[in-house]
Write a protein that binds this ligand. Sequence first.
Ligand SMILES: NC(=O)c1ccc[n+]([C@@H]2O[C@H](COP(=O)([O-])OP(=O)(O)OC[C@H]3O[C@@H](n4cnc5c(N)ncnc54)[C@H](OP(=O)(O)O)[C@@H]3O)[C@@H](O)[C@H]2O)c1
Length: 230
Amino acid sequence: MANNKILFILGAGPNVATATAKLFAAQGYQVALVSRGTSTSFDPSYFYIQGDLSNPEKIPEWFAQVKKKYGRSPNVVIHNAYHVFPAHPQNPLSLNLGQLNYDLAVNFTSAYLAAQEAVKGFETLPADVPKSFIYTANGLNMMPMPRLVSLGLGKTALGHVIENATLSFQGKGYTFYYGDERLANGDFASGAISGMAHAERYWELSQDPKQRPWMDTFVAGQGYKEFPKV
Ligand SMILES: NC(=O)c1ccc[n+]([C@@H]2O[C@H](COP(=O)([O-])OP(=O)(O)OC[C@H]3O[C@@H](n4cnc5c(N)ncnc54)[C@H](OP(=O)(O)O)[C@@H]3O)[C@@H](O)[C@H]2O)c1
C-alpha cells in the first residue's frame, strides 16, 4: 500500500479522472482534483479545488494548497482537461485570437505550468517515491484534423515539452508521458475512450521509475502499441 502518496488531477471529470482517482485511492493514495465543477461530484474524501484552467496563473497556488492539505507535494500529476473551438473544416486558420488563446491556455499553457510545478514538487520528495507527470492526449499529433486545429496544437506542443523533459531529467527518476488511447487498428479512441483503461495504464506507468517511450499510445486491454504516422 502507498504511504502518503498523492495523486493530483487537473481537469477532473466523470470519465478518466473519476476512474483514475478511484484506482489510486484503492492503492492508498490521497487524491486532489481541480475542475470548474460544472457537473461531476467526487468522493468527499478527495481534496477538491474548484478552479478554471483557462486561468493558468492559479496553478502554483493550487499546488501549494495540495501540499498544505497533505503535507507533501503530489508525486503523480495528471493533466486531463481539454477544450476546442472548432475551426472551419476547410480552414484551420479561421479561429479568432480569443478562441486561439483560450484553447492554448486550457490545452497547453496550463499543462506546461502543471508539469513545472510537478517537477518542483518531485525535487522535494524522497527517492523511493514514484514521480510521474502524465498528460491525457490523443492522436492529433500524428493524424491532423483541420477542424480540431487548436486541440491538436495544444496536444502536439505539450508532447514536445514532454519529450524534452524526458531528455533533461534523465536519471532523476521522474517520468513524463503523453497518454494516447487508440483503437486496436490505430484510429482515435474518440467517443470510445475508456476511463478504466486510462486508470490502469496510468497506474502502471506512474509506478515504474524507468522512463518508457514518452508517447504512450495504448489500446484498452492490450497496453502499449506503436502506430506509424499516417
Ligand atoms: N484518445 C482519444 O481519442 C481521446 C478521446 C476523447 C478525449 N481524449 C482526451 O481525454 C481527456 C478528457 O477525457 P475525459 O473522457 O476524461 O473527459 P471528462 O470526463 O469530461 O473530463 C474532463 C474534465 O475536464 C474539466 N475541465 C474542462 N475544462 C476545464 C477548465 N477550463 N478548467 C478546469 N477543468 C476543466 C471538465 O470538468 P468541469 O466542466 O467541471 O470543469 C471535464 O469534466 C482530454 O485530455 C481529451 O483530449 C482523448
